[in-house]
Design a protein around this ligand. Sequence first.
Ligand code: PHB
Length: 362
Amino acid sequence: MDDLKLFQPGKIGSIEVKNRVVMAPLTRCRSDEVAGDIPGSDMNIEYYRQRANAGLIISEGTQVSPAGKGYMATPGIYSEAQVQGWKPITEAVHAAGSKIIAQIWHVGRITHPDLTGGLNPIAPSAIKPNVVAYTHNGKVDVPVPHELTAEEIKVVVNEYRQGAANAIKAGFDGVEIHGANGYLIDQFLRDGANKRTDQYGGSFENRARFALEVVDAVIAEIGAGKVGIRLSPVTPFNDLSDSNPQEVFGYLIEQLNQRGIGFIHMIEGSTGGDRNVPGFDYGWARKTFKGTYIVNNGYTREMAINALETGWADAVSFGRAYIANPDLVQRLKLNAPLAEGNPQTYYAPGPEGYIDYPSLTA
Ligand code: PHB
């Protein structure tokens, strides 16, 4: 058992990890929204501490600005109070022997002014996605987003840079740039949302420009080995699509290599759903990318062990499985049954369905 690669120590980028099991970023909507989207309550600390068996924990998405928020009570990484809020969480994870990085996130057009303090959603182009937002006023359609000017894009790039700097201040071991799932970076990458005619739109090189400017800014701030990016080349999640995913994501990955980025976190197929969506060659990506290659999306124990043993990946991340199985690594080692989470409490406030899932050994 212990000779399985999945359970052996290694490195993710420059971060030393005790095993190759990664906790995927999970939106849980349990920050202190009234105080300013601040994490760090006792239950937030306990939630992450319970899961510090993973080699690496990737935090829930943390918005880099008020406009970058798309769900209720998600934590930020732009204010001093948020940085202070994260500190006891990163300390608890480190004390329990694991590593934790912050996922830095801007939702772009996937939001509503009720969630952003009245700010209009922003996007590469003024195209409304067919999605709803969940706000304190219930389920609402999202509005047509504001098309960013080139000047405004610079400001947003700097927000990611500042988010990365803040993450290090808060004690995180690095950051994951959220480039997946139809949020802002993905909106620039894929031509279903990007109809720009300037240097940020049109050709695949132009559509990758925003992602690479963010990557460059974050790397300049904290160093390439501590930086990764999450990608989902073919997911239809958040009403996004692209006419040729292989072309734009292929180019992006080659550019990421040139920058020596620490890792790619690849969502294979449709987020949380069908793994077999055509349009992108993951085997090519794995072979081409020189950093640590993490895979995600519906992996079972057997699939994860196999992915490591065959060289399909360097690490595997588990999202939903980590909700109801705080001791996931132990369960994978023992081949113990996995508990099912209750979707009713995924995004609900309070400790229920958050810190009350039992471990095999209490
Ligand atoms: C969600 O809150 O449902 C969510 C957030 C970020 C993702 C995917 C899903 O990347």
